[in-house]
Design a protein around this ligand. Sequence first.
Ligand code: C2E
Ligand code: MG
Ligand code: MG
Length: 725
Amino acid sequence: MIGLVVPGLCFLAGVGAGACAMLWALSRPAAGRRRIEAALEDSERKLRNLFELSPLGIVLNDFEGHYIEFNRAFETICGYSAQELRAMPRGAMTPGEYLPEEQRLIQALLGNGRYGPYEKHYRRKDGSLVPVRLNGLLITGSDGRRYTWSIVEDISADRRAQEALQRESAKNLALLRNASDGIHILNPAGEVIEASDSFCEMLGYARDELIGMNVRDWDAQLTSTELAEVLREDFATPRRRVIETRHRRRDGSVFEVEISSVSMRLNGEQVLFNSARDITERKKAEERIRHLAFFDQLTRLPNRLLLHERLRRALSASARSGRFGALLLVNLDNFRSTNNTLGHAAGDALLRQAAVRLAAEVGESGTLARVDGDEFMILLEELAPQPGAAAAEAKAFGLKLMRALSGSYALPEREIHVGCSVGATILCGERQTIQDPIRQVNIALHQAKTSGRNALRFFDPLMQESANARAALENELRKALDAGRLLLHYQVQVDHAKRAIGVEALLRWNHPQRGLVLPGEFIGLAEETRLIVPIGQWVIDAACAQLAAWSREARTRGLSIAVNVSPLQFQQPDFAVQVLGSIRRHQIDARRLELELTETLLQGDLERTVDTMRTLKSQGVRFSLDDFGTGYSSLQYLRQLPLDQLKIDRSFVQDIAEPNGKAIVDTIVAVSRHLNLEVIAEGVETPQQLDTLRECGCTRYQGYLFGRPVPVERLLEAREALALE
Ligand code: C2E
Ligand code: MG
Ligand code: MG
């Protein structure tokens, strides 16, 4: 079984969740899923009609021969129910004699990506054999697995007519006239000696007119010489042959047709028994499936699969010609937050506009594809034959794309500005697989992003090294949590009288070789890999356990712990449930737990953020806004958040000796008063800073002046006089 994978088809015909997830995995990363789902709705509706109402059987197989998806027509053809088909072992419907042929077919399929027409029989559920004709396409998913779509036609009517003719010979030529297929019998010169009603209808001639006409008179594709050659071969071949061509009707209109021919003896003459089928509908189905498989439905650009095909070809072409090519990966900066803040419709509009701008730049000079939510890939071919010159061309091209993409976008509700980052690499065919350049542009893009976004970076082997190191770090970090190598240090927070009011919990990683690793080195990685979610949960739980221990002693009972929460962690749907779970498990006073959020959270879904905060706050949990002043928060947003405290960022405390620096701190304190919030300064290192903060009206402090982050035992030692009111 062979065919074509269609992204989005999993929404059809009650597909099992497993198959659906798998198809999605093939074609789309989970991130953009909801948005893409919406964009596909329209195409899906059309495809659903095509799929469900089609008289043709349409079926999706994996390469192990399992039936993953199929329509009603396919069920009817083989007589099995959907459930039975899904559970069917490989090849169960195929009589043994076809298996060697199918092995050969699979090899051919792997070679040229399609197969057919291929004729065989299925053994139906009731034991009868049904003759079928298959055509199909092969797709390799981005997971590297292969899938096939097949279009299956029941050709029993055609076969019955042929068999009747063979049995009854010339006597019953008239029988043919009622056959449902476009049957016509040709003599070796290619002239019609008999034709069925449906063939006459197909071409729009009366039977009297058609008899005696030559196949040349209506074939709209092949030249006379080609037709003569086809006829000669058809007569000489003992087996049935199938070709696709185009026929011209009497009124001049042209349609696609498939001719299945078998040469036989009739009344002592050698004739050609031809059965014609109008394949317009099948072609449309194939085209549609191909489009869905190879094009992104949102932007109409080629998708990842098509790009991979072209890349494969470009690499072999480059190996032959010795000319270099380039691959560029463009990523819109901060797309995720736009999508979250303005909604998916705006995100879609932004992607479409970006696609249009890119397409205008790329034009005919390369292949532009949308390969991921907010990622576009551009394949350039036939650049210079020297790597340096080719790189220069690619760089100039990349910069042109960046200019085209930057600037304002008019979205339904407002106008926004977008930047982009670009990773680039040079292609040379020799010894490269398509995975090499793809990995390289991803590394280069990552570099561009970490260098502060809105930048273009070329892949170089040093990057590869640092990417390897990152991969190793990620691997180790995964293990660190289970191996108990993460720990919390605590830094004291004091009030105006320098009395400890609480601590901030700061994460440390006790690395077997590198010693104590600070969060700056791994929080970013943990966020990218989503490891921050389980790690963050652990931090909250460990802080709650610490609070529980402190609650048993009078001198520590009043201390609170502030915990840093990453936006990704906060946005987990079960975040509040998790936190409340920890509070309950450790039986602590929720008012002693303070969660430090950052302003980036405000770019997400504000309503949900507020909801989650309210749920937690109703149980007593407090909220502090960390690094305040470094983000984008407008007062209007701030006002909506049920916060308890603002935390003045260390950078402002550092600059407080300068006139402007003090003015900023003054303003932050005024804002906090205005919003009725407490305010704490972090990073207080010197008595002068403390004095100025006091002058500004800030009465809570944290910083090296009062204590560095230390393990819990040292915290208590250092604060012997931990007098708590
Ligand atoms: P933050 O939340 O702003 O934490 C304050 C950082 O400033 C800490 O760095 C702390 O050691 C440092 N610091 C405190 N007082 C002073 C001072 O007087 N002078 C100077 N120069 N630095 C001071 P650390 O521990 O390296 O943490 C860095 C950041 O990592 C934190 O910034 C926080 O954003 C993040 N982080 C730490 N623990 C966690 C965690 O459990 N979860 C998450 N999501 N992020 C964490
Ligand atoms: Mg903090
Ligand atoms: Mg901070």
